[in-house]
Design a protein around this ligand. Structure first.
Ligand SMILES: [Mn+2]
Length: 385
C-alpha cells in the first residue's frame, strides 16, 4: 500500500499581508498530479488544514476542490484536525464523506478512531488522533493519570488496542520530541509552539507500535527518533526562517509487516521565498537580480535609513515582503541587556507583553489577577503591591 503524507497546509494563510491562496492552489494542483503519477492508495492530512478556526470563503472553496479531486483520482483520504483548525467546523459532513472513502476525524470523542484497509499483505490499520490537549483526554478517561500531553497520547493510543503484529499507521498532530529531546522548528509555527513547555512534549516512543506515524504541527520536514516517525512539514515556505528549507512530501510504501520504504518528493512552488542581504546597490545590481517574482525578505546593511526602500525594491521585486536593517545601530540595540530592560518595567507590563507575544491577545483581568497572586506567592513582586 502506498500512502502520501501531507500536513500543515494552512490554507488561507497570509505571510506579511500577502495572501498565499494562489500559491496554495498551485501546490495542491501539483500534489494532485503527484498522487496520480505515484498511484498512491491514500492521502493522509495530519492537521492544520486551515490557518485559522474560521477560514475564509476562498480557503474553504480551495480545500473543497482539493478533496473532491482526490476522490476523483480516486484515492482514499484520511484527515485529522490540528490546533489551528476548529474541530467542530472541520467535522462538518464527515459521516457523509465516508461513502466516498474520505475519513475525517477532527474531534476526539474518547475513542481512538480506526479505519482498516486490505491489500495483498493483509490489513493496514489507520488510526486517526486529532490534536488533543491533556484535559480533553482526561475528560474521557478520568480513571487514568493524565498530567501532561505524553500521558494523554499514551492513554488515547492504549485505548485503541493496537495489534503490534499487524501493520499500523497513525496520524497525529502533536509536539513530538526525539531522543535528544529537540526537533527543529520551521519558523512559521505559532509563537506558542516555539515556546512549548515540557508539559506539551511527547516522546516519539509513544508510536512504537506503528509502522509509520504521519505527524503534523512542526513546519520543518524531519523524522523524530526514527525514520518512520515523521513530520511532513508545510508544503510551502511560510516564514523567512524557512527560506533555506527544501519542502517535500513523504511517499510511504508499506510492504509486508516490517517493510516500510519512505521517499521524499521535492515540491516546486509557484514562487520561491528568499532572503537577500546587502546594500541596496549590491542587491539591485542588474547582474545579480533574478527570480523577480519570488517573495523576498530584505536585510539592508546601510548605516542610514533609505527613504521608501520598499517602493524602490518593489520596482524590481514586486513581492518584497519585508525590509529590515542590520548595521551598527541595530547591533547596538541588540547589545542592550534584556534583564536591564525588564528592571525598568512593572510586572503587569511585562506579563501583558509576554501574553500578547505568546497568544496574540490581551490578558483578561481575571488572568492578570491570578498572575499577580502567583507572583506574590513566589516572591517576584512585593506583598503590598
Ligand atoms: Mn501548523
Amino acid at each position: 500500500m502506498k500512502i502520501m503524507h501531507l500536513a500543515d497546509l494552512h490554507i488561507g494563510k497570509s505571510v506579511k499581508d500577502f495572501s498565499m491562496i494562489e500559491d496554495q492552489r498551485f501546490i495542491l494542483d501539483w500534489i494532485l498530479v503527484l498522487a496520480e503519477m505515484e498511484k498512491v492508495d491514500a492521502v493522509l492530512i495530519a492537521g492544520d488544514v486551515y490557518d485559522r478556526s474560521i477560514p475564509s470563503e476562498e480557503a474553504v472553496g480551495l480545500f473543497d476542490e482539493f478533496i473532491y479531486r482526490l476522490t476523483q483520482i480516486p484515492v482514499k483520504v484520511l484527515l485529522i484536525s490540528g490546533n489551528h483548525d476548529s474541530d467542530e467546523r472541520l467535522n462538518f459532513g464527515s459521516r457523509l464523506f465516508v461513502d466516498k472513502e474520505v475519513y475525517f476525524c477532527s474531534k476526539y470523542d474518547g475513542e481512538l478512531y480506526r479505519q482498516t484497509f486490505e491489500d495483498e499483505f493483509g490489513p493496514v490499520n489507520f488510526y486517526l488522533l486529532p490534536f488533543v490537549k491533556a484535559s480533553q483526554v482526561r475528560h474521557f478517561h478520568p480513571e487514568d493519570e493524565i498530567e501532561n500531553y505524553d500521558q494523554a497520547v499514551r492513554v488515547a493510543i492504549a485505548d485503541g488496542d493496537v495489534n503490534p503484529d499487524e501493520r499500523n499507521v497513525i496520524l497525529a498532530h502533536q509536539f513530538v520530541a526525539g531522543r535528544s529531546g529537540e526537533v527543529m522548528l520551521g519558523g512559521s509555527e505559532s509563537p506558542a509552539v516555539a515556546n512549548v513547555g515540557l508539559v506539551e512534549r511527547i516522546g516519539f516512543d509513544c508510536f512504537d507500535d506503528f509502522d509509520y506515524a504521519a505527524l503534523g504541527h512542526i513546519h520543518k520536514a524531519q523524522s523524530v527518533g526514527r525514520e518512520e516517525v515523521r513530520y511532513a512539514g508545510t508544503p510551502l515556505k511560510y516564514h523567512a526562517d524557512e527560506a533555506g528549507d527544501n519542502k517535500s512530501i513523504p511517499i510511504v510504501t508499506l510492504g509486508k509487516k516490517g517493510e516500510v520504504k519512505i521517499e521524499l518528493k521535492q515540491l516546486k512552488p509557484r514562487r520561491d521565498l528568499r532572503c537577500l542581504k546587502g546594500t541596496l546597490k549590491q542587491l539591485l545590481d542588474p547582474k545579480v537580480v533574478n527570480g523577480t517574482d519570488d517573495y523576498i525578505f530584505v536585510t539592508l546593511t546601510e548605516e542610514d535609513i533609505i527613504p521608501d526602500a520598499m517602493g524602490i525594491f518593489r520596482q524590481t521585486y514586486p513581492n518584497t515582503m519585508q525590509i529590515r536593517y542590520e548595521n551598527s545601530h541595530t547591533r547596538e540595540i541588540e547589545a542592550v541587556d534584556p534583564s536591564q530592560m525588564a528592571e525598568l518595567r512593572s510586572f503587569p507590563e511585562l506579563m501583558t507583553d509576554f501574553y500578547q507575544k505568546m497568544y496574540g491577545t490581551d490578558m483578561t483581568e481575571e488572568e492578570m489577577a491570578i498572575m499577580n497572586q502567583v507572583a506574590k506567592k513566589a516572591g517576584v513582586i512585593d506583598e503590598t503591591n
